[in-house]
Design a protein around this ligand. Structure first.
Ligand code: GDP
Ligand code: GDP
Length: 455
């Protein structure tokens, strides 16, 4: 697991600007898929060779932004969301960047966030390391900025780092300090077992599904609970295949909440997804999709994990013959899942189709690890090009010299071409579909990258 860094602070201080700056270069490399309008919530960043994930908590617990003046955003009405952001950050992150801005000096909202962070920190009861907090004072690109930052000693959060997220000044010093306090990436234990995370917002039926899966006669459960602090790992053997079910629902943490109440944390869900091979995204057939569903789906896509969407409580839905199709279409467009993502309609209550969940997850994992032989891949690509040649743009046409699958997990294909600029989105999509026509890679995203022949 890479360490996770959370940015917190009141609205408009520049959190998403810093997020984009830290994530920017990497996003440009990884995310060459136009047409995705989704905001990223977590992105990988790197400084001095240290790789970490960064999250803008403002994007997860969004605050109204439109037309809000700097002073309006300081208002008390935002305190509940700021509290939620700060508590989530303290509970789940390995380090926190607490952001203020110089121009207004220390505001009431800054003090509020500082208090919440301090309180949340002292409440961490489970003996795990408390995340260090770095205080960043933003918008200091003018001359007095450095001096303005000194006022922020008042918050009792240590030395303020004067930065400009917009222009980049001071960010290097902040990052030097950050990577110095980050814990090293925790290595995942080597295992043959397929890791399957059961994720979804509260009350969709994750625990009920887990119980069904564990109750199945072919599942042999070996009790080894509590191997991580973020989720409960249940090792089992299914049809001869070792699995680990990563369960986020059963976690009742941090003492601050009553028994039986799940303290919802989308970051905990993110961490479970990051460790998994396959995510079972459970949604509630009776409830409309919500932003929480979309966030979780976004994490799965961002992390290039394989996914099976499990629509639960199907017993409680009034159906006619078209309902499943209509539901699936709505699901794909709302959660940005393309056709390759399988959707299973189950009832954890009655057991309907629950026996299909693990076989499908294992099929998805088996396909995820497929490696297409190079000769076969090139034949497939040549055939595809003959059937449907790349369109030419201002007299120039894409020429594919050679293709190879450079890795699995996720399956990644490298095309050596005359000019990557000529590989347009629709043609990339066409090539992907041609690959999938032979090798479906059910539930698994593919990466297609295009390089100039001699590079
Ligand atoms: P968030 O609500 O904390 O995520 O804040 P945003 O990142 O959306 O930034 C709020 C506004 O402050 C935007 O108009 C940014 O362009 C601006 N901003 C961000 N960083 C800086 C900076 O370093 N200097 C200046 N002058 N403006 C900035
Ligand atoms: P979790 O918070 O995602 O772990 O959800 P639970 O497994 O605790 O289930 C939440 C509620 O939904 C409980 O009241 C369950 O009895 C109910 N539930 C779970 N699965 C089903 C189902 O398939 N059909 C119906 N009708 N109710 C279900």
């Amino acid at each position: 697991m890479k360490p996770l860094v959370a940015i917190v602070g009141r609205p408009n201080v520049g959190k998403s600007t810093l997020f984009n700056r830290l994530a920017g270069e990497r996003l440009a490399v990884v995310d060459d898929t136009p047409g995705t309008t989704r905001d990223r919530l977590v992105a990988e960043a790197e400084w001095n060779g240290v790789v970490f994930d960064i999250v803008d908590t403002g994007g997860i617990e969004p605050l109204p932004r439109a037309g809000a003046s700097a002073l309006a955003t300081d208002s008390a009405q935002f305190v509940p969301q700021m509290r939620a952001q700060a508590e989530m950050a303290i509970a789940e992150a390995d380090a926190v960047i607490f952001m203020c801005e110089a121009r207004l000096g220390v505001t009431a909202a800054d003090r509020e966030v500082a208090d919440i962070l301090r309180r949340a920190q002292t409440r961490r009861p489970d003996g795990t390391r408390q995340p260090p907090i770095l205080l960043a004072v933003n918008k200091t690109e003018n001359l007095t900025g450095e001096q303005d930052a000194y006022a922020f000693y008042e918050l009792g959060m240590g030395d303020p780092y004067a930065i400009s997220a917009l222009h980049g000044t001071g960010v290097a010093d902040l990052l030097d300090a950050l990577v110095a306090v980050l814990p090293p990436a925790a290595p995942e234990a080597e295992t043959e077992a397929v890791k399957i995370a059961i994720v979804g917002k509260p009350n969709v039926g994750k625990s009920s599904l887990l119980n069904r899966l564990l109750g199945e006669e072919r599942a042999i459960v070996s009790p080894l609970p509590g191997t991580t602090r973020d989720a409960i790992d249940t090792p089992l053997t299914y049809a001869g295949q070792p699995l680990i079910l990563i369960d986020t629902a059963g976690v009742r943490r941090r003492g601050a909440i009553g028994p039986g109440v799940e303290k919802w944390s989308v970051l905990r869900t993110f961490k479970a997804i990051a460790r998994a091979d396959v995510a079972l995204l459970v949604v509630d057939a009776v409830e409309p999709f919500s932003q929480q569903d979309a966030h979780i789906a976004g994490f799965i896509l961002d992390e290039s994990k394989s996914v099976v969407v499990v629509v639960n409580k199907w017993d409680a839905v009034e159906k006619d013959t078209y309902t499943m199709d209509a539901y699936t279409q709505r699901l794909r467009s709302t959660l940005h899942f393309l056709d390759y993502v399988p959707v299973l309609f189950i009832s954890a209550k009655t057991g309907q189709r629950c026996h299909q969940v693990l076989p499908l997850a294992l099929q998805v994992q088996a396909e995820r690890t497929v490696r297409i032989p190079t000769a076969e891949l090139n034949q497939l690509v040549r055939d595809a090009v003959v059937r449907h040649p790349p369109p030419s743009r201002s007299g120039r046409q894409l020429k594919i010299n050679f293709a190879s699958q450079v890795r699995t997990d996720p399956p990644t294909f490298l095309f050596h071409v005359n000019d990557p600029e000529l590989a347009h989105f629709t043609y990339r999509r066409y090539l992907e579909n041609q690959i999938r026509a032979h090798y479906p890679f059910t539930g698994t995203p593919l990466k297609l990258s295009f390089r100039r022949k001699n590079d």
